[in-house]
Design a protein around this ligand. Structure first.
Ligand code: AMP
Ligand code: MG
Length: 345
């Protein structure tokens, strides 16, 4: 246990607690945006301005992308669903919508940003969580179809073809914001920083001594503990897990990651998925997608690509780590009953 203590401190540190770092004291800020607590820490000297600029960038994107902000571009798009109006968007919003549509095609039936009406039916949007009636769920499901989200990147515009459809970017917005905040920090000359945008931990550069960041992946069954610790440099580790938002009804637990094939919380045998990639937005989108897909499909998909690595935690207490992480990862939950295995190509 003792040898993991520094890493557990790191976990607490990233989770936003005020545990002191063993390294130099960073300039740091903690704030609430995109419906979650975020933190930015810069270890280069004089990082305060960079931090403020990165925070403003995240807050700007929240205003642009939030479907609960009536003035956002996404709300404008949603409010015109079915009336034929092509909505002019900022190029970055059109690109993000287009990217999200492309993810739906990677593993059909797992990822769909038009899932919003189903999130509403389960009461996740207004924090009135409940199991929907079969009728309400069927109505909501009839509106889920990202093929009816038409995006024209050339003219930066989009429309939703069916009345009642809505876009919800909850599965990708934080990864997108991580990419933008990363770029802003680098413009300020930052080479050593950590961002924690609610389940998306981005390591910028390395520690000041040149060694890799040590980032803990939470144990989904005990989130104050680590499942494993990863070495990261210029990468995001994005985790999706049913433990992040859920409620209980009649002894059953229902979480917020919906299987677009059923309209019910995904039940694929996974407790959490962590995607590690130098593409921050991809990491976020894939963590949600692969959580729905399940362990076998997730590993098959990983074998077909070379731009990300995975940590999968299964319901039967297996932790599957893909081979690209092998050199830099440490298991941390053997005493809690997890068995660790390396997945090979
Ligand atoms: P994440 O925490 O990145 O896995 O994103 C979860 C959020 O994405 C949820 O709170 C919903 O807003 C949205 N969401 C839920 N299920 C899906 C899905 N199958 N495809 C796309 N977005 C989803
Ligand atoms: Mg995601």
């Amino acid at each position: 246990m003792k040898r993991f203590l520094p890493f557990l401190c790191c976990l607490l540190f990233l989770a936003g607690c005020t545990a002191p770092s063993a390294d130099a004291e960073p300039a740091q800020v903690q704030f609430f945006s995109m419906d979650t607590v975020m933190s930015i820490r810069v270890y280069n000297e004089g990082g305060e301005d960079a931090i403020q600029a990165a925070r403003q960038e995240v807050e700007r994107l929240d205003k642009l992308l939030s479907r609960t902000n009536p003035d956002s571009q996404i709300s404008l798009l949603n409010s015109h669903a079915g009336d034929g109006t092509l909505i002019s968007l900022d190029a970055e919003v059109a690109d993000l919508l287009s990217f999200a549509k492309s993810v739906s095609q990677l593993l059909p039936g797992c990822f769909d940003i038009t899932i919003a009406p189903v999130m509403d039916a389960w009461g996740f949007t207004k924090e009135e969580r409940h199991v929907p009636s079969a009728e309400a769920l069927a109505d909501a499901m009839s509106l889920v179809n990202s093929e009816a989200l038409i995006v024209d990147e050339a003219s930066s515009s989009a429309r939703l073809e069916q009345a009642g459809m809505e876009v919800d970017l909850g599965a990708v917005a934080k990864g997108f914001a991580a990419g933008r905040a990363d770029a802003v920090l680098r413009e300020y000359g930052v080479t050593s920083a950590l961002l924690d945008l609610g389940g998306n931990v981005t390591a910028i550069g390395s520690k000041l001594d040149g060694s890799a960041w040590q980032v803990a992946v939470k144990d989904p069954q005990n989130t104050s503990e680590a499942l494993c610790v990863l070495s990261l440099e210029d990468q995001t580790a994005s985790t999706s897990g049913g433990y992040e938002r859920y409620f209980e009804e009649n002894g059953q637990t229902y979480h917020h990651i919906i299987d677009p094939k059923t309209g019910y919380p995904a039940d694929s045998g996974l407790l959490s998925v962590t995607v590690i990639s130098s593409d921050h937005m991809l990491a976020d989108a894939l963590s949600t997608t692969l959580f729905v897909a399940g362990p076998e499909e997730a590993l098959d998909f990983w074998r077909s690509r070379d731009d990300f690595e995975l940590v999968l935690c299964t319901e039967d207490n297996r932790v599957i780590v893909t081979e690209g992480l092998e050199a830099g990862y440490r298991p941390a939950g053997e005493d809690r009953g997890y068995t660790y295995e390396i997945a090979r190509r």
